[in-house]
Write a protein that binds this ligand. Sequence first.
Ligand SMILES: [Zn+2]
Length: 439
Amino acid sequence: MRHLALGCLLSVGLSASAAPVPDSYVLKAARLFDAKAGRLVTPGMVVVTGDKVAAVGPGAKAPEGARVVDLGDATLLPGFMDAHTHLTGESGDDWRQDLIDSFQRTIPERTLEALPRARVTLMAGFTTVRDLGGADDIDLGLRNAIRRGLVVGPRILTATAALGTTGGHCDAGNSWRKGLLADETGVGVADGADALRAKVRERVKYGADLIKVCATGGVLSLNADVDSPQLTQAELDAIVDEAHARKRRVAAHAHGAEGALRAIRAGVDSIEHGSFLSDEALDLMKQKGTWFVPTCMAFQGVKERADKGQLPEDNVRKIRAVQEARRQALKKALARGVRIAFGTDAGVFTHGRNAGEFALLVEAGLSPVEALRAATVNTAELLGVSASLGTLEPGKLADVVAVPGNPLQDIRKTEAVFFVMKEGVIHRHDAGATPSVAR
Ligand SMILES: [Zn+2]
């Protein structure tokens, strides 16, 4: 028998020679969100056998001995997916202290810090995340440890270290005086098409599931304008060509129009943030099917910190400057029908608040159905995992979450996830017969 995933106890005692008998569940609720069709089905019912969905819908036949979990006046949905997280980091309420910590804390200590972040992300209903820029391979270790069942967390696809150019947004040595750091630049930093092509090969060699590139300046870096392009067309072309040849997708951090345009032309799979996307850039995204990950929670999180005086003046100025522009860019993207995927930039704000993005997307003009589809079918497609995730259909992995009531009537219900199943294992169930997992 498989066990409830109680922290590190999971998988203890299981060996290849003693194959566990798969558990079967019948999950019942008042409604189910059909992410493919974009509508609610009543009543909701999902039959789970082992780690897969066996059947869906009121007529589904329950296997003998299946455990019935009746969630009452709730809605069953596919596990949420966040296409933009940073599990290896989290901003505190004092940027000066964060800076000191980053110099003092050892890699093992920072690895341990990532464990509760992974757990709280899963408990918030996010069963899959795409981590876009980790540090010191902590993201890789975390991904593998979760996969092996050593620790509890979402399934992770990681870009590992982000690629960028000297002095750019993803240069870890950015804004420090020369000679201060032993490693003057970030591991993903290089200049020139060939050197960046080699960086893609290196990231793939060390286990990257995808490639992240910083195509323009950023809000939280210093020493670089938020909107200036930071790679040439030839550099971006080389990165995308090499990544795609190795079947890795490319996510581009881009605020400014010119940097974004170069990235879109190069064929990146998604534009992250997109604050100053021009009509030309948006038209090209629509034409090429480039995904837009607007990361509304990132802007919200940075604004909250700016309002509380928790950021350096330069950053405060930057966030104030981009807010209106990025609202307009998102509005124009929606009007054109540019494909939207769900990503938050968690780490810029406290991990576990990921679902806050749903309400912000609805505020920006998406319907609740579109917002829910963004975090399920759409993000699954962006991540290239649609064959096994993103909808509740027979044969797919049993990643199922439940929220109270009807999220189409109140999108904020997504922030009250009370049941989480990942690959057929119940990780959270706040009420009823199943013991809930300590958070
Ligand atoms: Zn980010």
